[in-house]
Design a protein around this ligand. Structure first.
Ligand code: SUG
Length: 445
């Protein structure tokens, strides 16, 4: 039976903005309070999906969340009509208010950790939504993400959904951005690589400047919940120094696919141990470590270009493509490195440059925007088919964006009650396009 690795991309929501909310994420700080263009952001994301679809790679769509998150503001004591809540929150607690407006659910790599059925003892695909406890604007995503995933992957014969881990620092979990699956081919059993930022129970080896968002304790809990064979699971720590250099998720410094791990020399705390563990697990097949040395591309250049936040995908006719942010082409060192990479003997046969600038300005490259789910043909057939990308869906989402999205949004405009109204009309229509039923709190009123 065929197995597909499907990339589910988060659609950028109508409130996409730059509020400087993510400490340790340099792009977010650098672009704080700039004017955003939600329409362009959503179209760039949609075009990325189409590019992958045109390459013959299975693609799905995840709906954005309702923002401003009125329900959350109510929980925080703002009361009255929706309009009154928005005005009060913006006046009294602008930082809380802007956090409740973030379109951050677009970064689907942080939505959940997913293990395919080939790796789990019960032969089901397992999902654990990320609690994202490090940032208030992100932790409020978890409930709706959980609901959305259960709606899309609804067949209990194939899919097992877990609750997000307890919302406490011990179990800080940022989802698939810190998780990579290595395998001979997507249908076979794989090795799951969990990369954590720190062990919550010890203080040594933690970054000093910026927070480590993923804990070992969280990664271990997920590996148990997903019923993984512990002899095929590897835990490895991120190098604290790179977190302090702006690598807030491991997918900013490493990406893996099948028998390839493409990573920066300084990505991991104990690189040789990790390489040994992977080589040991891959005794029957060849494995390619594509290690980028610091003298080739520095950590700073990696963070600026988001080279490692590329999607590494297997092409239907064989070989792999690196779907890289356009910024890689603009930085001469990185451009040259990529030219050389293609001349070497490894599975990467082509690079495709993608413009996701609107998302990049908040620290989200091509790989951040997608959640990988390996599905057998049967599992794929059992999911909500309306979320599967097609040229027809591209057309209707493109029209939907044109109809509902603004092409300019500054911070004060987040408090415009018309934005909430416009977003609700847009999301209501979207739940029909994607056959999601009543998903959002406003639809339950
Ligand atoms: O959590 N940025 C996101 C970017 C997430 C990128 N995802 C991966 N690397 N997988 C974050 O730091 C910025 C929002 C703002 O500042 O308005 C933000 O949340």
């Amino acid at each position: 039976m065929n197995t597909y690795e499907v990339n589910f991309d988060g659609l950028v929501g109508p409130s996409h903005n730059y509020s400087g909310l993510a400490f340790g994420n340099k792009a977010s700080k650098q672009h704080a309070h700039k004017v955003s263009n939600p329409k362009e952001a959503a179209k760039q994301g949609l075009l990325k999906m189409k590019t992958l679809h045109d390459l013959g790679i299975a693609q799905g769509v995840l709906a954005p969340q309702e923002r401003p998150a009125i329900e959350v503001l109510r929980r925080l004591g703002f009361a009255g009509s929706d309009r009154q809540i928005i005005t009060q929150a913006w006046r009294q607690a602008p930082h809380i208010f802007t956090a409740c407006c973030s379109a951050s659910s677009m970064w689907a790599a942080n939505a959940a950790t997913v293990s395919p059925s080939a790796d789990s003892a019960d032969n089901k695909v397992h999902f654990t939504p990320a609690n994202l406890i490090r940032n208030f604007h992100r932790t409020i995503e978890a409930d709706t993400t959980d609901k959305l995933l259960r709606r899309v992957f609804s067949d209990p014969n194939h899919f097992q959904h877990h609750n997000a881990l307890p919302s406490t620092a011990t179990f800080g979990d940022e989802g698939a951005a810190n998780h990579t699956r290595l395998c001979e081919h997507h249908g076979g059993a794989g090795i799951q690589l969990f990369i954590y930022g720190k062990q919550a129970s010890i203080t040594q080896l933690s970054p000093r400047r910026y927070p480590a968002r993923q804990t070992l304790e969280a990664s271990q809990a997920i590996s148990r919940l997903h019923q993984l064979d512990q002899s095929r699971v590897i835990f490895a720590q991120q190098n604290p120094a790179v977190i302090d250099a702006g690598v807030f998720h491991n997918d900013v410094i490493a990406v893996g696919n099948e028998n390839v791990l493409f990573f920066h020399q300084r990505a991991f705390l104990n690189k040789s141990q990790l390489k040994k563990a992977i080589s040991k697990a891959f005794t029957h097949a060849s494995f390619h470590f594509i290690e980028v040395e610091n003298r080739q591309v520095s950590v700073e250049q990696a963070v600026n270009s988001y080279l490692f936040n590329s999607q590494l995908v297997t092409l239907p006719k064989g070989g792999m493509a690196l779907i890289a942010p356009r910024e890689c082409e603009m930085l001469p060192t990185v451009r040259k490195y990529l030219q050389r990479l293609l001349e070497q003997d490894n599975p990467i046969k082509k690079t495709v440059m993608i413009d996701v600038k609107q998302s990049m300005c908040n620290g989200g490259g091509p790989a951040c925007l997608r959640l990988r789910v390996a599905l057998t043909e049967q599992e794929l057939a059992s999911i909500n088919q309306a979320v599967i990308f097609s040229n027809r869906l591209f057309e209707s989402l493109n029209n939907w964006i044109d109809k509902h999205y603004r092409d300019r949004l500054c911070e004060e405009e987040l408090a415009d009650p018309r934005l909430l109204q416009e977003s609700r009309v847009a999301l209501d229509e979207l739940t029909q396009i994607l056959a999601l039923g009543s998903l959002y709190p406003f639809q339950q009123l």
